[in-house]
Ligand binder design. Structure first.
Ligand SMILES: Cc1cc2nc3c(=O)[nH]c(=O)nc-3n(C[C@H](O)[C@H](O)[C@H](O)COP(=O)(O)OP(=O)(O)OC[C@H]3O[C@@H](n4cnc5c(N)ncnc54)[C@H](O)[C@@H]3O)c2cc1C
Ligand code: SF4
Length: 507
């Protein structure tokens, strides 16, 4: 265990206040214009001296909010949801003790190579240095620790030394299912993961574009999990190919990690026109075709030469931009129904909460580099789609809206007279969120749901209304983040282990 006063400043070639001396360096990525010409991952490795400097910027403050992972008074979330031991590994990186840093990292996070690439890093918003300067580059350090671990061959299968004889079925192979599988296998249970897709990974594989998180990165980890003894069954849909009740009979426990995959629609006139797609249909088909044939099979929706409009200002919308730019779209516009976020934190969003501020995401930077402008238009609400004589979409009609919050906390959208507009559109992607998990397996198991139509399983316990059936990840908490899915998968594994064995040593 590393003590709090562990930093030996005599080893430093400067003063103790390194966060003043060194400036933050953001993750290194290939040039936004150049990288749109390929489908390769765009994050690249930083040189070691720069990384050690970044590690040295950590203040090792007495109360590390960065690793706290909690909710503050209902006003927002702070810190790392998997409670990564951030100050400890920052210091180890600063000292060049990479293997020790990796061991500390793996104690709390099964898959730092996923979070190191795609986590929005709530830890950094809660970093003490960020009160008066730029946060420590925590996410980037996490990414480099784990990549170094793979390069050096330190990350190898570690099968459990003995088996308990208990069996667990996990439905869904996204980050929640994978984290739960890793933990339950570690506890010695025989784990089978059922996945209806042809590849493992859930949204890590068929949601987040390959340029942000390459499939090889997911496969690299899945191979290790397989060698540790986890059984993966792809192309098996529970509720269709195998009944959920059969699964319950065949296994000692069942864990549902099925995600929240039901897309929200934009129900306005003209919705039936050709060329209007849910974002996930576009993203999934694109990655499948890319991985299967480098797009040679043509089994995807092409944005080449099209005027693309993405409805929805969130991450899924940005991923549609990332993909459309690479197809060679003629133009790309992203509608955000909300106002542009402020440049600085407001009084209602103080440190250490996750900062709600204006950002230009990677996909938006790419669109800016290729088309010359930020693709976003704010406070835009779609009123109708208009088609040509062949039933293809050709226009979107919109009106500006003002958003207010009523006394019950609901968002009220009020149209602004005189702000009507018509936009040329050949291809429209609906990226306005998800309404919850799919119903079939829920109905078959007669598992209770909440008023938000997520699976009803108490946070921290994860048991559904059906004994022995657990739920974790997006199907329980609603669409969220990879890091939260990993957190829930780990905790649900602990609860499942407790159910099977009477007690659990899992964290
Ligand atoms: C386009 C997009 C981009 C995103 N980008 C980011 C990002 O950059 N960073 C971030 O932190 N979060 C991101 N998210 C959110 C993040 O991906 C999810 O919160 C996370 O993947 C949820 O994990 P999960 O394991 O609960 O579910 P999922 O990843 O959704 O996995 C569920 C799996 O269950 C399978 N399944 C469902 N039903 C069955 C069945 N009956 N039988 C067998 N298999 C079944 C599905 O095929 C799927 O593979 C993004 C989400 C989307 C949609
Ligand atoms: S998992 Fe996310 S929140 Fe946690 S340390 Fe990594 S980047 Fe930060």
């Amino acid at each position: 265990m590393i003590s709090r006063d562990r930093r030996d400043w005599s080893e430093c070639d400067g003063e103790a206040n390194r966060f003043i001396e060194y400036k933050r360096e953001n993750p290194t990525k290939r040039d936004p214009f150049e990288r749109t010409k390929s489908w390769k991952e765009f994050q690249i490795i930083m040189p070691e001296p720069a990384l050690r400097q970044q590690g040295a910027r950590c203040m090792d403050c007495g109360v590390p909010f960065c690793q706290t992972g909690t909710t503050m008074d209902g006003s927002g979330e702070i810190g790392c949801p998997v409670y990564n031991l951030i100050p400890e590994w920052n210091d180890l990186v600063y000292r060049g003790k990479w293997k020790e840093a990796l061991d500390r990292l793996h104690k709390t996070n099964n898959f730092p190579e996923f979070t190191g690439r795609v986590c929005p890093a709530p830890c950094e918003g809660s970093c003490t240095v960020a009160i008066s300067d730029d946060a420590v580059s925590i996410k980037s350090i996490e990414y480099h620790i784990v990549e170094r671990g793979f390069q050096e061959g330190w990350i190898v299968p570690q099968p459990p030394s003995k088996r308990t004889g208990k069996t667990v079925a996990i439905v869904g192979s996204g980050p929640a299912g994978l984290a739960a599988a890793a933990q339950l296998n570690k506890a010695g249970h025989t784990v089978t993961v059922f996945e209806r897709e042809d590849r493992i990974g859930g949204l890590l594989t068929y949601g987040i574009p390959d340029v942000k998180l390459a499939n090889q990165t997911v496969e690299r980890r899945v191979k290790i999990l397989e060698e540790e003894g986890i059984i993966f069954k792809t192309n098996v849909e529970i509720g269709k190919d195998v009944s959920a009740s059969q699964l319950k009979k065949d296994f000692d426990s069942v864990l549902l990690c099925t995600g929240a995959t039901k897309p929200r629609d934009v129900e306005v006139e003209g919705r039936e026109l050709r060329g209007i797609h849910y974002a996930m249909d576009f993203l999934t088909a694109n990655t499948k075709s890319l991985l299967n044939s480098n797009h040679e099979d043509g089994e995807y929706i092409s944005a080449k030469g099209k005027h693309v409009i993405v409805i929805g200002g969130g991450d899924t919308g940005v991923d549609c931009i990332t993909t459309s730019v690479r197809h060679g779209a003629k133009s790309i516009t992203q509608f955000d129904i909300n106002r542009q976020k402020p440049e600085e934190r407001t009084e209602k969003n103080p440190w250490p909460l996750f900062p709600i501020v204006h950002q230009v995401e990677d996909g938006q930077k790419e669109a800016q580099a290729v088309y010359g402008t930020d693709p976003r238009s704010y406070q835009v609400s779609t009123t109708k789609f208009v088609g040509d004589e062949n039933g293809n979409v050709k226009e979107i009609h919109t009106i500006g809206v003002e958003t207010t919050i009523d006394e019950k906390g609901r968002k009220i959208r009020t149209p602004i007279p005189g702000t009507e507009k018509v936009w040329e559109a050949d291809l429209v992607f609906l990226a306005v969120g998800f309404t919850g998990p799919e119903q079939r397996i829920i109905d078959e198991l007669a598992v209770e749901t909440t008023s938000r139509s997520t699976i009803d399983a108490e946070y921290g316990k994860y048991m559904t209304s059906v004994p022995g059936v657990f739920a974790a990840g997006d199907n329980r908490r609603g669409q969220s983040l990879v890091v939260w899915a990993i957190h829930e998968g780990r905790e649900a594994a602990r609860e499942c282990d407790r159910y099977l064995m009477g007690s659990s040593n899992l964290p």
